[in-house]
Every structure is written in C-alpha cells, then in structure tokens.
Design a protein around this ligand. Structure first.
Ligand SMILES: [Zn+2]
Ligand SMILES: [Zn+2]
Length: 276
C-alpha cells in the first residue's frame, strides 16, 4: 500500500497521459478485431470528435488542478472530511472506503444531478448524442460539463477529506474503467452480469446510452455499481436491444458535427419521448 501511495502522490503528468493514450489504444485494437456492433461509421472521423472533447476535458482539469490539490491538502491539514473523522483503519480499507465515497459524490451524484437539472443536462447531453459508442466515447464531454464535473470532484474531495494520492488513484482507475465500459466489445453475458454486482460492466453502462427514457435515466455509476443498486437506479436491457443515442438528437448532421455539438447547450430545449 505504501508503494501505491508513494507513486500516486507524485504521479508524473506523462504517466497519466500514457495511461489515457495506452488505454484507448488497447481497447481500440480489441474493438477493431472483435467489434460487438458492426457500425457503418468512419471510426477515425468519429474518434476525431471524441478526442477533441477528451483534450478539452484534459485542458479544463489542468487549468483547475491547483484548486483540487489545495482542497485535498486543506482537508489533510485541517483534519476535515469523512475519512478523517472515521476511526483509524487498515490502509487498504481506508483506500477502498475513500474510493467508494469519491465515486459516490464525484461521479454517481454528479451524473444523477446532470440528468435531473435541466440546465446541466444541456451540457451532459453531448455525451449521450453519440450513436456509435466505442472506447473514444468515454471522455466525450462538452467543456461546460468538464467544469461541472470538476466542481463535483472538488466537492467530493472536500466532503470525503481525501488526500491527493487517493484522488490521482481514483482518476487513473476512472479513466481505464470508462474506456472499458464504452468499448465496442462484449464480454460473455454471465461474466458481465457477475461483474455488475461490484463494478460497472460494459453492458451496464451501455443501458445508460439507450436512446429513450427510462433507460437513459439509469445506471449512473462510474466505477462501482453499488450506488445504482442501493438507490434503485439499476436497470437491465438486453445488449441486442440497446440503441445508442438520445431521441432528441438522432440525426448524424447534429451529433456528428463538432461545431453543432459545442452549440447544443445554447440551442432551444427539446423534450424527450418517454418510451420503453
Ligand atoms: Zn448520462
Ligand atoms: Zn457513457
């Protein structure tokens, strides 16, 4: 555990970049060899749009990084936050509890609020407009959403009282988990189902990308599936029946156009259909 803490306390930016790029390359190769859906799309053009949004997400997080680092340091210095108020525990348990709590506030709750607050949905919608979900879709976030998510991450760090090594560890796991759950691959169904008792599995997250309600408003989890199961937002839909996208924006000229995607939050609101 000490080695892990030491590594993530000072993880070089180059290593973080390598994990991100390496993960995309790894899942890209697998999904190219054994794709689950045979999309008739231009994979490179699609990746270009999604990588643009990945880069803007990195830039937003880079510009605001000092806020996060200072918040984490402040909680440690002032003995503030849930982790600091709990009784002393074994290092591994401490890390697991911390990761679970960060996952709850910084990811599950943030995601749930983005679906429930109409103004925030305008930005999160861009993630859902993708009709060809593959590993590059994982970080397809409008820059406005990246700011919203950053605010929730900072709030999570403050409430949880997590040291910076834990935040870096969480973010590293989150990047790989996201690439995995979006990759255009299919695990054996039984394996996917067993996995979904603990972690968000590819099938579980893809139900969230089904184009109509109520499925869009389910399976908000990021790394751990426990929060969806606990709060009753867990839904199952057979992988063959999942149709990616969001019913208000199914036209390729809208969801496959970078300029339009950037402008969607500022366009007239459209009402979704409720369907099964
Ligand atoms: Zn969502
Ligand atoms: Zn997604």
């Amino acid at each position: 555990m000490n080695e892990i803490i030491e590594y993530f306390s000072t993880i070089p930016s180059a290593h973080r970049a390598m994990i991100l790029a390496g993960g995309i390359a790894f899942f890209w190769l697998i999904e190219s060899a054994v794709p689950f859906f045979k999309f008739g799309y231009n994979k490179w053009q699609h990746a270009g749009i999604n990588l643009f949004f990945t880069i803007t997400t990195i830039i937003v997080n880079f510009c605001l990084a000092l806020v996060l680092v200072n918040t984490a340091q402040w909680t440690v210095d002032n003995h503030f936050g849930l982790l600091n108020w709990l009784p002393e525990m074994n290092g591994w348990i401490f890390a697991l509890v911390g990761l679970l709590l960060l996952d709850f506030i910084g990811a599950y709750l943030a995601h749930w609020v983005e679906h429930k607050v109409k103004f925030l949905w305008r930005f999160h919608l861009i993630h859902h407009t993708d009709t060809w979900i593959d590993t590059t879709s994982g970080n397809r976030h409008h820059p406005g959403e990246s700011v919203i998510r950053f605010a929730f991450t900072t709030l999570g760090v403050l409430i949880v009282g997590s040291p910076m090594w834990m935040v870096f560890l969480y973010q590293t796991l989150s990047v790989v988990a996201t690439q995995f759950t979006h990759a255009n691959i299919a695990l054996p169904k039984s394996l996917d189902r067993i996995m979904s008792y603990v972690l968000v599995s590819p099938d579980m997250h893809k139900v969230h990308h089904h184009y109509v309600l109520p499925y869009t408003d389910s399976n908000y989890g990021n790394i751990f599936s426990v929060w969806d199961r606990l709060f009753g937002t867990f839904k199952v839909l057979d992988r063959e029946n999942v149709v990616y996208g969001v019913d208000t924006h199914m036209k390729p000229e809208e969801h496959n156009n970078l300029k339009n995607l950037l402008l969607i939050p500022f366009q007239k609101k459209r009402s979704p259909k409720t369907d099964v």
